[in-house]
Write a protein that binds this ligand. Structure first.
Ligand code: NAP
Length: 302
């Protein structure tokens, strides 16, 4: 099974920045039509403008290479024509309305990319219950809700395969310290998507779960501190992380090829953490405790 997106619709949440914006550009280059979501309408419009340019040059290049040839009519689709759908994923009614709008715009989504997310930097004992719930809502319940509402639109006699790309995290595989809610939400997403992968095959919907490790985006600055407010401080791991464009390209290729899972931007340390979590959990806990001590536990310290 392979997902074709040329001239078909790809809906991306968290498309206003970071990995999501790069996924949008990559899908535009590949000839897809896009629905871009996030809260920041201006940022979405800026990404959409970049995608229009990329779509036009991609369709021009495809047209030129096919000129005089057999001419695969309609295969390159209409260049551009992307849509922005700005809404807050924390708002349940807005989520329901957005699904209705996305389906009305597209008539059917070839690839749903559930990428929006927010991280955390604080000990569990200091994190407010509201902040914990907020992270669970955005990172786990919102994507589950969108998938639930989207399922009836797939598999109604269509022969083309469709897909869901669920952006989990290295934190969906290991117990990264000072990220209790984020780790809980991403582990839940990992488990949930592994079940859906089997259940949705009958509808010819492929589910790919992505596990990026450290990617150079605004995720650390936007991460919630103990009081539930964005900390506004970057992490060395994220500052020195992988290029989001390269990560997006890897994620999109894996989902179009209907891979079950894709890892990206894993460092030696991430690989070790994964092995230690699975096989030496006691040792991993001691290393995590040492890391917490070295970072300090107060909000003003990293
Ligand atoms: N960067 C990394 O190292 C890394 C590693 C592993 C996994 N990930 C995952 O990758 C995904 C993308 O993160 P990123 O690194 O690209 O960070 P980012 O640049 O901060 O992107 C987060 C995206 O989520 C959207 N978002 C946040 N709150 C939202 C809300 N309430 N409603 C709707 N959209 C909301 C943001 O859009 P608005 O601000 O416009 O709402 C933004 O587009 C996340 O799921 C993250 O957990 C990242």
């Amino acid at each position: 099974m392979r997902i074709e997106i040329v001239g078909r619709w790809v809906w991306i949440t968290g498309a206003s920045s970071g990995i999501g914006a790069e996924l949008a550009k990559e899908a535009a280059r590949a000839g897809a039509r896009l629905i871009l979501s996030g809260r920041n309408g201006e940022a979405l419009a800026a990404v959409a403008r970049e995608c229009e340019v990329l779509s036009r040059s991609a369709s021009g290049a495809a047209g030129a290479s096919e000129a005089g040839g057999a001419g695969r009519a309609g295969e390159t689709g209409e260049a551009g024509g992307h849509e922005c759908l700005a809404f807050d994923l924390m708002d349940k009614e807005a989520r329901a309305a957005a699904v209705r709008q996305a389906l009305a715009i597209s008539g059917g989504i070839a690839l749903l990319v559930l990428n929006a997310g927010i991280s955390q930097r604080s000990l569990f004992e200091e994190l407010s219950p509201e902040a914990f719930d907020r992270i669970m809502e955005l990172d786990f319940k919102a994507p589950v809700d969108i998938i639930r509402r989207m399922i009836p639109s797939w598999g109604g006699g269509t022969t083309s395969a469709s897909g869901i790309l669920v952006v989990s995290s290295l934190a969906g595989l290991i117990g990264a310290p000072r990220r209790s809610a984020y780790v809980a939400a991403k582990h839940a997403l990992t488990g949930f998507s592994s079940v859906l992968r089997g259940e949705l095959l009958a509808r010819r919907v492929s589910v790919t779960t992505a596990f990026p490790a450290y990617v150079r985006t605004g995720i650390a600055k936007a991460a919630l501190g103990a009081d539930g407010r964005p900390r506004g401080i970057d992490d060395p791991d994220i500052e020195g992380g992988a290029d989001p464009a390269k990560v997006a390209s890897r994620l999109l290729r894996a989902s179009l090829a209907c891979k079950a899972e894709v890892r990206a931007a894993f460092t030696l340390e991430s690989r070790f953490a994964l092995i230690a979590t699975r096989h030496l959990p006691g040792l991993y806990a001691r290393l995590a405790a040492a890391r917490v001590r070295s970072l300090g536990t107060r909000e003003s310290e990293r």
